[in-house]
Design a protein around this ligand. Structure first.
Ligand code: G3P
Ligand code: MG
Length: 253
């Protein structure tokens, strides 16, 4: 007997424009001001990166250290939620953003519900081992319970293992498999099927119409990263891309 699983938060949008780490040229990447700037510019999709700290709280940050985007150095896996109030994630970008905090996933979920925006949430390739990786999945799913049903969502990762586990836990959510062009091999269809993906998140580098046809012909949506040139954005949509991740999302709304 086959069981039909009701889908939740499944994208219905076409030609999705994802603000890569928020509107990162107007505000520090992966912070609430960057997400607010995206929504304020009329962008409907936010891309962000999630990992967990020591107490299991999911936070939004791209790198696996604090060095580049905060006033602190070193990793974050040892931090607790209380420590986050001491970390400035905005001053590096500009004086106006001093005091900006590393956001929690729960902050983003609240914002999505209030502002009516959608998100691609990228699970970072968690570095503390299997237990931490499974905890990341569990913590993210717990936060997503608070997402309004009409909000659209894609869960992506460069880690096929994380995605496969995530899909087992939440088969109703749409999955995007992230690939660097150089890391995509002839088994890409097998990987997509084993992961349970609906989308390929393909790197723009070396993406040709032939490759695009192979992906779309196999029934997958194709969201391309990271594309900023308007003529390339247009070309990719003409080839059948379902979305683009861009640093200049405000130019494409
Ligand atoms: O999801 C697209 C893009 O964000 C993937 O690369 O390194 O910016 O997370 P990265
Ligand atoms: Mg990302």
């Amino acid at each position: 007997m086959s069981v039909t699983i009701p889908m939740a938060h499944v994208p219905t949008s076409s030609r999705m424009v994802f603000a890569h780490r928020g509107l990162n040229h107007q505000a520090p990447e992966n912070t609430m001001p960057a997400f607010e700037a995206a929504a304020g510019a009329g962008v409907q999709w936010i891309e962000t990166d999630v990992d967990i700290i020591a107490d299991g709280t999911p936070i939004l940050i791209h790198d696996s250290t604090l060095d580049r985007t905060t006033n602190r150095t070193g990793g974050f896996y040892g931090l607790t939620r209380a420590d986050l109030s001491q970390i400035d994630a905005g001053a590096w970008f500009g004086r106006d953003f001093r005091g900006t905090r590393i956001p929690l996933l729960s902050d983003l979920v609240t914002f999505m519900n209030e502002a009516g925006v959608n998100a691609n949430i990228e699970l970072k390739a968690h570095e503390t081992g299997k237990e931490g990786s499974l905890r990341l999945i569990g913590s993210v799913l717990k936060e997503l319970e608070n997402l309004d049903p009409e909000r659209e969502l894609i869960i992506s990762s460069f880690s096929s293992l994380l995605l496969a586990h995530f899909h087992e836990e939440a088969p109703e959510l749409a999955i995007g498999m992230l690939w660097e062009s150089k890391a995509m091999y002839y088994d890409w269809l097998s990987v997509l099927e084993m992961v349970g993906a609906s989308y390929i998140h393909a790197e723009d580098v070396d993406l040709s119409p032939t490759r695009m046809d192979a992906f779309t012909g196999a029934g997958y949506g194709v969201n391309v990263w990271t594309v900023n040139a308007p003529d390339r954005v247009n070309q990719l949509f003409n080839w059948g891309a379902t979305g683009i991740f861009t640093d200049t999302a405000d130019r494409f709304v």
